[in-house]
Unconditional design. Structure first.
Length: 422
């Protein structure tokens, strides 16, 4: 029987993988410019880690986690996001004792059992960034500037929306006002909102139900309830974004789908992906490290969705960049094929990306193959050329051809070829 990939799980084929590598390469470069270092954390964690951090009443924890009992009966979960795992590792390895501000990033697959659609998968990939240990608003602006710089570098145009969700001091006042509004809305809300308001009133504002959303337009606005510290923090974040000439919009309805946020939250929005408009999102989580059993340290982070970036970069029908090869060896005939085999190895030792297809097919079909793999040059050699000690080097873009000498000294020969084509 023909077994297919699971619904919402996608193969990233070689053609597309080149674009993924490009995005990840640009991200690593920019993250390093801002002082971030990579951390690699496991995909599987104890379920309690996510329930405690993301929040019991979130869609992720209530409906979307891939959780199962392992062979010892322990409940495990395929991580639905990166932050909880990075924080677990930060606490477990006492990374806070190493430096006062730990800047970390991780890249990899995340799992959420959502309804798949364009830009929404069940296995998706994030580039997830966390800055742990400092609560200054400059850091909030800096981390948004970093996400912004990467998106501009990739040639994408997105808008930045920001909000503040307050802190332990002011959030309860807002919750009280919101609960009153919700009490006056009895009968108008979906069952999820009716149920969730008791545990976490803020959560209802993230409801996907259109009727609820229309109703919440008149709900109290959290920015009106910020305490003076949170308001001052938000003010500096805005000032710093202006200092860096980063366009942003305050969206006081943004609550995010995870419970751990405090103060600044942000989303990077596009209008080119239909319903899945967030390319990336994040915010501050000043209580989360302590909540997970670590020291009382603040943190802020964000994650970008790789699949959404790839969709945007290929949206106007633009092909993903092909696999670029420096030189294709088109060998015709058995003796040439054998000789090319060793020449290929010598070219690779010179650092060139060199391939052949071992088929000894016609020149025409090998040239087609060279073009298909994006080769810059093709070295054409048949048994005749071999006996005359020469081969033809073709520039695939200009179609110019030149003869080059073959030599038994493959090291010197490959060095000369490398010089010609570099
Ligand atoms: P999130 O908003 O749940 O935040 O996800 C961040 C990004 O991941 C989204 O903006 C989207 O681009 C992508 N994403 C989420 N779900 C899917 C999906 N099912 N299919 C495709 N892409 C998806 C977080 O995960 C937080 N951990 C971000 C963060 C880091 N906050 C602080 N530090």
């Amino acid at each position: 029987m023909h077994i297919k990939a699971l619904k919402g799980f996608k193969d990233i084929l070689p053609q597309e993988a080149a674009l993924w590598q490009h995005i990840e390469g640009r991200a690593r470069d920019i993250f390093q410019r801002f002082g971030y270092r990579e951390i690699k954390v496991p995909i599987l964690e104890k379920t309690g880690l996510f329930a405690r951090s993301i929040g019991e009443t979130t869609d992720i924890v209530e409906k979307e986690m891939y959780s199962f009992a392992d062979r010892n009966g322990e409940s495990l979960t395929m991580r639905p996001e990166g932050t909880a795992s990075v924080l677990r590792s930060f606490i477990e390895h006492n990374l806070h004792s190493e430096r006062p501000l730990q800047k970390l990033y991780t890249m990899g697959p995340m799992f959420r059992h959502e309804r798949p659609q364009k830009g929404r998968l069940r296995q998706f990939h994030q580039m997830s960034v966390e800055a742990l240990g400092v609560d200054r608003p400059e850091l909030d602006a800096e981390i948004m500037a970093m996400a912004w710089m990467l998106l501009v570098d990739l040639g994408l145009k997105v808008s930045l929306e920001i909000n503040s969700l307050g802190c332990q001091e002011c959030r309860p006042l807002f919750n009280k006002a919101l609960l009153k509004f919700l009490a006056d809305s009895k009968g108008e809300l979906c069952p999820d909102c009716e149920r969730r308001q008791e545990k976490n009133p803020l959560r209802v504002l993230d409801c996907k139900n259109a009727k609820c959303q229309a109703h919440y337009v008149n709900a109290p606005v959290i920015l009106d309830y910020l305490c003076s510290d949170c308001a001052a923090h938000f003010q500096v974040v805005e000032d710093c974004l202006r200092d860096l000439n980063i366009d942003y919009k305050v969206n006081s309805f943004m609550v995010r789908g995870l419970d751990y946020y405090t103060r600044t939250t942000f989303e990077l929005i596009t209008h080119d992906l239909g319903a899945q408009s967030a390319v990336g999102a994040g915010g501050r989580y000043d209580g989360l490290i302590a909540q997970l059993g670590g020291p009382a340290l603040p943190g802020i982070g964000f994650a970008l969705g790789m699949e959404r970036l790839v969709l945007l970069l290929t949206a106007d029908g633009g092909e993903a960049p092909g696999d670029i090869i420096d030189i294709f060896l088109a060998a015709l005939g058995p003796a040439a094929g054998r000789r090319a085999f060793a020449m290929l190895h010598a070219l690779r030792l010179q650092g060139l990306r060199a391939v052949m297809d071992y088929t000894s097919r016609s020149l025409k079909s090998q040239m087609k193959q060279a073009a298909r793999c994006g080769s810059r040059f093709t070295l054409i050699m048949g048994d005749d050329e071999l006996s005359s000690g020469r081969a033809m080097l073709r520039d695939m873009a200009s179609h110019e051809q030149r003869e080059i000498e073959l030599s038994a000294d493959l090291r010197a020969w490959s060095k000369a070829v490398a010089e010609i084509i570099s």
